[in-house]
Ligand binder design. Sequence first.
Ligand SMILES: [Zn+2]
Length: 191
Amino acid sequence: MSDSKEEQPNDFVQWRHAPAKHWLYCPLCRGPLANQSWDGRERRYCTHCGFVYWERALPAVAVLVFEPIRQEILLVTRRYPPYAGGLTFPGGGIEFGESVAEAAVREVQEETGLLVSLDSQFGTWSTPGNHTIITFFRAHPVDGEIKAGSDALEAGFYRWNKVLSLAFSLHDMVLNLFRTEMEMTIAGPQK
Ligand SMILES: [Zn+2]
């Protein structure tokens, strides 16, 4: 089996999201998995118990916590690969039993120490290559003090016009959209 450059086995540990083609044994009965085509897609399934691994995109959240007067946005410095040392919006996966909004608030608190109140959704996009779907929220801090969580080396507010690039191309794209939105808000409606 040959791996493509963007899908090295080490990445799976970090993403916790191994593509189905790398699954060898059934997680329920330990039987060997085989391939079968459903609706034109190859699925891994267990010939012993019938388990099917439905390969799905992974939902996640990210949060734009910002201070409009100071023109600053909350970012975390990643502790772990991929892109250790890179800047991103706080965010992460959605736990079972948790709403999308609850996940957003929890992730910000875990990674930055700040309790935020969500203002609105900014948008939902899928990331190229790693099969994640991220819903971005706008939020403002209501309590707490900044303290980097275990996933982060640092957390802090940055002038959004001075941040050159973020660790992920999707986060970069969202930051650019956000900057444009804020410029239009500050400029006011065109006469
Ligand atoms: Zn099985």
